[in-house]
Design a binder for this molecule. Structure first.
Ligand SMILES: Cc1cc2nc3c(=O)[nH]c(=O)nc-3n(C[C@H](O)[C@H](O)[C@H](O)COP(=O)(O)O)c2cc1C
Length: 225
């Protein structure tokens, strides 16, 4: 038994993905990237739920207020969203070559819960920035607390550079090669998240099959030879 918030496995094929945008800004490029990520996931037949850090407002972490009042409502709400999700996508701005303070603060609050909701959560990191770096350094810094908390952070991350000119009128990335790379990144992540979510069920079914008697007995013998 692991210390996981996700003990119940979903129906085979089901995958609920939480898409978090870590920019509060109206007209945020990361909000546009989150929209595109959600649309891509939905087009692949999975369900998404989008949330903005604006809806998960929390005060600065304070051990005294935690002791007296527990977690603020925004942190509790985020934790509940994480518990319900099989996978998480974060689109986050890069601030001074790191993650936004409000995102780290939210992670710090949620990390106080047990079971700890990030543990074993398949997670994909994405960023959009008007700069040439596309926010890539910020994503590397974001990996650190998430991996520390047991999140399975997908190796390949997506950083959209020059985001102010990158989107087409249809909300997709105007450069076809980059759009294809974005879609592949998401599809590969979904494939891994789905395997990780459903593998325990598949493993159980296989063990039961080997234990079958009657009409499957001959098949088992053939397999074992
Ligand atoms: C405090 C601050 C620091 C920033 N530092 C960086 C940075 O290190 N790298 C970068 O590419 N952009 C940086 N930017 C520019 C942001 O990428 C830009 O404001 C972007 O539009 C923020 O994302 P959003 O459009 O989703 O709000 C910074 C912006 C602010 C406000």
């Amino acid at each position: 038994m692991t210390d996981s918030a996700r003990s119940d496995h979903p129906e085979p094929g089901a995958l609920d993905v939480l898409v978090l945008c870590a920019s509060r800004r109206t007209g945020s490029f990361n909000a546009r990237l989150a929209e595109l990520a959600a649309a891509t996931i939905e087009a692949a037949g999975r369900t998404t739920r989008q949330v903005n850090v604006r809806e998960l407002d929390v005060p600065s972490y304070d051990g005294d207020s935690e002791k007296s009042g527990g977690l603020p409502p925004g942190a509790e709400a985020f934790a509940e969203l994480l518990r319900r999700a099989h996978a998480l996508v974060i689109t986050s701005p890069e601030y001074n070559a790191s993650m936004p303070g409000l995102l780290k603060n939210l992670i710090d609050w949620v990390s106080r819960l047990r079971p700890q909701p990030f543990n074993e959560l398949q997670t994909l990191l994405m960023s959009a920035s008007p700069s040439m770096s596309g926010g890539n350094r910020g994503l590397w810094s974001l990996r650190i607390p998430l991996e520390h908390l047991g999140a399975r952070v997908y190796p390949d991350m997506f950083s959209l550079a020059q985001a102010h000119t990158a989107f087409g009128a249809d909300g997709r990335i105007a450069d076809a090669t980059l759009q294809a790379r974005f879609e592949t990144n998401i599809q590969n992540f979904i494939a891994l998240a789905e395997a990780a979510t459903h593998y325990p069920c598949a493993k159980k079914a296989w063990v039961e099959f080997l234990g079958e008697r009657g009409e499957f007995a001959g098949v088992n013998e053939q397999v074992s030879r």
